[in-house]
Ligand binder design. Structure first.
Ligand code: UDX
Length: 435
């Protein structure tokens, strides 16, 4: 099929490359001329495993190309996806300016029937506004449909998530739109949930908010475990074997971060408020997530007493492993708290240090985990990179001034570390020093 995708960010590029790989002719449109010029030369602006290769091979096969002209995209495709950013505005609501602009520009360039699909994460009823906007800019006799097809891509696994989805969600209003979307997604052989547009929009916000709720739930349980000396990983294991609960997203830690969960949760709370519903549950989910970082800092204080002038080592900054993304990473807030209290912080992260340098000027950036440990009075684990799971702890014990490890991701076996002589404190595994 001939499709175009407006917005060459994370979602647009991954979707564009994958649709091309499935045999479609894809035009990726972006109004940033510099970005388009770079993409044409094969420079991919984001880090996602496999994406660069996928883009290059589909460009070579002439199934994928880039343009800054929305007209070119609209003229040469039957389906047009909108995948522009919907960043949070100051009050937490999603800023839909980009969506409105694109909808208007699509309408101005449409000369015959097109299916316009929202792929960006948007609040419920955005489809209505997209329809309304297109109607007000379009020539009277041109027909069109609007659909909603939210993405569920995880950073670091986006291509696999696209190619092997648990389900595809499509909200639409006409048989023509349904036939086109069915044909487009046929090669993936995945279950498709066809529904109305508003329900599809809600599925996205509800899914991400539910996953965040699961994480905050287990984090709240971890606080109780700390108080009584129980083990949250055992509690999660016992809960997760119940098929109705499931084992996923029950790892306690220092809280969720990233570009999606915090933003989508906030936007869902805001749109609910606008519609007259106070979504107290999600407010509590957010509060627990914030509190989890404070609990962690309290553990450091309980171990070191005074933080001022103490040498503290940090392993991991990115919001999760296998990405350089530090947006809303809990590590950033924790390092900020330590710096505010006057600690001397040394950090190492396999991918995220370049991005962090813009935020922290006084932090000491180290070349490897051992350099972080040298002279440290306490070592913090803030991201569960595989590299940190295989460290030489005998060597680390000699390097540190005091053998204290505070693990925000529960990656080590406490007995092993305690045997070597470490004081090991983790999240919800009974290691909290009592106040
Ligand atoms: C998420 C959704 O999974 C994806 O479907 C959506 O489209 C975009 O947002 P992503 O932000 O890439 O994807 O991250 P994900 O792998 O889901 O992890 C989110 C955060 O939750 C991370 O900070 C992670 O550390 C944290 N997390 C996850 C936990 O703290 N505990 C868990 O058990 C699982």
């Amino acid at each position: 099929m001939k499709i175009s995708i407006v917005g060459s960010g994370y979602v647009g590029l991954v979707s564009g490359a994958c649709f091309a790989q499935l045999g479609n002719k894809v035009i990726c449109v972006d109004n940033n001329k510099k970005k388009v010029a770079a993409l044409k030369k094969g420079h991919i602006p984001i880090y996602e495993p496999g994406l660069s290769e996928l883009i290059k091979s589909n460009v070579l096969k002439k199934r994928l190309h880039f343009t800054d002209s929305i007209r070119e995209g609209v003229e040469n495709s039957e389906i047009i996806f909108i995948a522009v950013g919907t960043p949070p505005s100051e009050n937490g609501e999603a800023d839909l300016t980009g969506i409105e602009n694109v909808a208007a520009n699509i309408a101005k360039n449409m000369k015959s029937y097109r299916l316009i699909v929202e792929k960006s994460t948007v609040p419920v009823e955005t489809g209505e506004w997209v329809k309304h906007t297109i109607k007000s800019y379009i020539k009277k006799d041109v027909k069109f449909d609007v659909a909603s097809n939210p993405e569920f891509l995880r950073e670091g696994q986006a291509i696999d998530d696209f190619m092997h989805p648990d389900r595809i969600v499509v909200g639409l209003e006409s048989q023509t739109a349904r036939q086109k979307m069915e044909l487009l997604y046929k090669p993936l052989n995945a279950p498709i949930v066809f529904t109305d547009i508003k329900s599809a929009e809600l599925i996205k916000h509800a899914s991400n908010s539910f996953l965040a709720t699961k994480i905050s739930f287990i984090n709240a349980v971890s606080c109780i475990c700390d108080k009584v000396g129980a083990d949250v990983t055992e509690v999660a294991r016992g809960m997760g074997l119940d098929k109705r609960i499931g084992p996923g997203f029950l790892s306690a830690g220092i809280g969720y971060g990233g570009s999606c969960f915090p933003k989508d949760l906030e936007a869902f709370v805001k749109i609910s408020e606008k519609l007259g519903y106070n979504f107290k549950l999600l407010k509590a989910v957010k509060e627990i997530n914030e509190n989890q970082k404070d609990e962690f800092v309290q553990k450091i204080k309980n171990s070191l007493w005074i933080i001022k002038d103490k040498n503290i080592g940090v392993l991991g900054i990115s919001f999760k492993p296998d990405t350089d993304d530090i947006r809303s990473a809990p590590a950033i807030d924790i390092i900020k708290s330590l710096e505010a209290e006057g600690a001397k912080v040394k950090v190492y992260d396999p991918q995220a240090m370049d991005k962090t340098k813009g935020i922290f000027k006084t932090v000491n950036y180290c070349k490897d985990p051992y350099a972080v440990c040298k002279g440290a009075e306490c070592l913090l684990i803030l991201t569960e990179w595989d590299e940190f799971k295989e460290l030489d702890f005998l060597k680390i014990k000699k390097l540190m001034r005091r053998p204290i490890i505070i693990d925000g991701r529960n990656i080590y076996d406490s007995r092993r570390l305690e045997k070597i002589g470490f004081t090991y404190i983790s999240v919800g595994r009974g290691g909290l020093l009592r106040k």
